[in-house]
Design a protein around this ligand. Structure first.
Ligand SMILES: Nc1ncnc2c1ncn2[C@@H]1O[C@H](COP(=O)(O)OP(=O)(O)OP(=O)(O)O)[C@@H](O)[C@H]1O
Length: 708
């Protein structure tokens, strides 16, 4: 209800999370595509047809052609003389080979029959000399007769004819030594008219072999603000490899790689070798910033995917937050704070959502959120870091309490010991969707102040990392959403145990591919997603890797985020406060109540995993052991054996590298018999947990020795 007591307008349903299924994409609100007039269609054809000479396509090209012609005419005498010279040399060489019966002589030499054939060769040589002499005499006679009949012009004409013939003989040929380097001319977009050009581009990019070809599923057609085509690769070639080598294909097609979108066509209309290509007419990420759609709605539902941006094809990309968590990484001034505020805005517009907002930067960017946040900290002083720690401790206790309370709920209300929309909105149950939004999280994670946690020495930063890891791992099932933004996405700042559990990732421009992989996940650069290749001018453009748990079936998408400057952000926060006041859900800091709930610190320390000795001080463990230990949690004591495939999958690691690094830490994979789900027993490679525990002990002993 709004202030006038009228019901609030129900927001329009957003598009479903968009999939990469070309045939099944659902775009409900993409900007309408203008219909092309007959003239525009003709001009499109004219511009792209390989049959229309380039010089007739634009004034600039015509001018260039005229200039080229002028240069050609100026250079012609010299080119003619040098070509005739080359022709003379080539003609003399050819005549010499012929008169000496070179090929016959070589063949006889190779078959070691030169002596037998000597007489034959000699006779042939003599004959050819005679032919040469006769031809020479005949030519001289013809010249004399022509001179007698027509005078000097006849000699000039004969000389000219001979020179022209020699020049043609001596002209440079494609592929011959001394081939002239020429610009290849405009390749871009001619493939829309001539599919052979597309095939050649695939060959040039080494995506198909020399003798292979493509099968056009659909002819190139103008789609939105670009050209689209769907092709089938030759058998055994994979669409995933084309995505991986997007840059090479973009180069072969002479377009910027940001303009080339490649997707696998999946589902029933697709297969592993079917590729959808879309080439934007112009830079798809240029143009004026895009308005955030939630500015036009009064209220939002935190359970629904939140509008985040648009992809190159102008399709809206939404972000599902419940059940997942989000890591945003970028170098400064690329739009990190702006993009973090977008999911936060969706949650602010849900009066039932609770927000913990911590800003390590301490500027004005998050100030407005103070009006709605249940807990709010802004700054990087030690008291701010301690406040963040205390609020996170409170939230860890809250997660434990939610699990306990949920286990006591009826099956009708809570069928799966997981939060449901109804539970999250029931004020009596007090389990709202709760988001922890931390901007510049590295400020808190890197704080070196020493701290005694459950009898163990650690730093406050490492403790915050543990708290966040717990919240990210255990929180989603009870409605906790963690959103972290950092300008230092290196492995020292965001410990891998925390990164491993952050489901969704968004990387704006970063310094190099390593940082990109740290945000997006290992090996993502080799799969064609590298945020260091983004342009500095493309503010707010990044690679979104959605959580596979939320049903997204793309690996990653290049997204241009919506733009929400400070005044509009303030409007959203003001609207969120009004909604909470109306619903009676304004709590904590926003309601003037900063009183911390009493929390049992030992219960929290226990929750963080101190019950398992091996988990103590795991931040000090080297990688990938630290991530393995973190992934296994208490299972390291409960299980005997963990298959390598399971670890590789869970930690998103590269198998060879993982095996080598584990080997260096003293953990060699061994074979064991494991029962699979269907009851069959298989022999698989993996690690005995006893070996893992031993490696942990050894790592700790080594560190203690180093400390001494
Ligand atoms: N989606 C967008 N579209 C257009 N411009 C944007 C977008 N997002 C951000 N910008 C521009 O980029 C600038 C930097 O954004 P922002 O403050 O979010 O960067 P940041 O990465 O948080 O920087 P810092 O690390 O210094 O805090 C903003 O001032 C804004 O003008």
């Amino acid at each position: 209800m709004n202030e006038q007591g009228e019901p609030l307008p129900v927001p329009r349903p957003s598009s479903e999370v968009e999939s990469a299924i070309f045939d099944a994409e659902l775009v409900d609100d993409a900007a309408s595509v203008p219909k092309l007039t007959r003239w525009q269609r003709f001009m499109n054809w004219w511009q792209r047809s390989p049959r229309v000479p380039t010089a007739l396509k634009s004034r600039k090209a015509a001018k260039q052609a005229l200039l080229d012609l002028l240069l050609f005419v100026v250079h012609l005498p010299w080119r003619f003389v040098s070509a005739a010279g080359r022709g003379t040399v080539a003609a003399v060489r050819a005549w010499r080979r012929w008169v000496r019966v070179h090929d016959y002589r070589d063949a006889a030499e190779q078959s070691e029959k030169l002596v037998d054939k000597f007489i034959e060769i000699r006779e042939l040589t003599l004959f050819r000399w005679k032919v040469t002499g006769t031809a020479g005499l005949a030519s001289a006679a013809v010249l004399v007769v022509a001179y007698v009949l027509y005078g000097a012009p006849a000699l000039w004409a004969a000389g000219g004819l001979a020179a022209a013939s020699l020049a043609i003989f001596g002209r440079r040929k494609e592929g011959s030594p001394g081939r002239k380097p020429v610009l290849s001319g405009p390749r871009s977009l001619t493939w829309t008219m001539d599919p052979q050009v597309l095939v050649e581009a695939f060959r040039d990019a080494k995506l198909i072999g020399k003798d292979e070809s493509l099968r056009l599923v659909e002819r190139a057609a103008h789609d939105g603000s670009g050209w689209a085509v769907t092709v089938d690769l030759p058998a055994t070639r994979k669409a995933a490899d084309v995505i991986k080598h997007r840059e090479a294909l973009a180069s072969a097609l002479a377009v910027d790689e940001l303009q080339l979108i490649i997707e696998r066509v999946r589902g029933c209309g697709g297969h592993a070798g079917r590729v959808f290509l879309w080439v934007a007419d112009a830079d798809p990420y240029a143009g004026p910033p895009m308005r955030f759609p939630l500015l036009d709605v009064e209220q939002w539902d935190a359970w629904r995917a939140i509008p985040f941006g648009r992809d190159a094809r102008n399709r809206r990309v939404d972000l599902q937050l419940v059940w997942t968590s989000l890591l945003i990484g970028a170098i400064p001034r690329q739009g990190k704070t702006f993009s973090t505020r977008l999911p936060a805005a969706g949650l602010i517009l849900d009066p039932h959502a609770r927000l913990y907002v911590f800003d390590g930067k301490g500027g004005k960017d998050w100030e407005a959120a103070e009006a709605v946040a249940h807990r709010f900290v802004c700054g990087d002083e030690i008291e701010h870091v301690e406040a963040v720690r205390d609020h996170l401790v409170e939230l860890v206790a809250e997660v434990q309490s939610r699990y306990a309370r949920m286990s006591r709920l009826d099956d009708d209300i809570c069928p799966e010991s997981k939060i449901t929309p109804a539970i999250s909105r029931d004020t009596d149950l007090d389990m709202p969707i709760t988001a922890v939004v931390i901007d510049e999280v590295q400020v808190y994670l890197e704080n070196p102040a020493r701290e005694d946690i459950g009898g163990k020495k650690s730093t406050i930063g490492a403790y915050i990392a543990d708290l966040l890891t717990y919240l990210t791992r255990k929180g989603p099932a009870v409605g906790i959403v963690v959103i972290l933004a950092t300008q230092r996405p290196d492995s020292n700042t965001i410990p891998s145990r925390l990164r491993a559990v952050l489901g969704s990732r968004f990387a704006l421009r970063v310094m190099d591919w390593r940082d990109s992989n740290i945000v997006l996940g290992e090996q993502m650069n080799t799969r064609g997603f590298d945020a260091s290749t983004l342009l500095p001018s493309h503010k707010g453009v990044g690679i979104l890797r959605p959580d596979s748990e939320t049903g997204a079936d793309t690996i990653a998408t290049l997204v241009r985020t919506f733009f929400m400057p400070n005044p509009e952000w303030r409007t959203i926060c003001g609207r969120g406060r009004a909604l909470r006041e109306a619903a009676g859900t304004l709590t904590g800091h926003a309601a003037g109540d900063d009183l911390q709930r009493a929390v049992d610190p030992t219960a929290v320390a226990k929750a963080l995993g101190s019950s398992s000795e091996v988990l103590d001080d795991r931040s000090a463990l080297p990688e990938p052991l630290s991530s393995v230990v973190d992934y296994l949690g208490d299972d390291i004591d409960r299980r005997d054996f963990v298959p390598t495939a399971e670890l590789i999958d869970a930690l998103d690691s590269e198998p060879t590298l993982f095996g080598r690094q584990m080997g260096e830490l003293g953990c060699q994979p061994r074979r064991a018999r494991v029962a699979s789900e269907d009851g069959t027993v298989r022999q698989v490679r993996g690690y005995y947990t006893a070996d893992l525990r031993k490696a942990v002990d050894e790592a700790h002993t080594a560190q203690e020795k180093e400390g001494e």
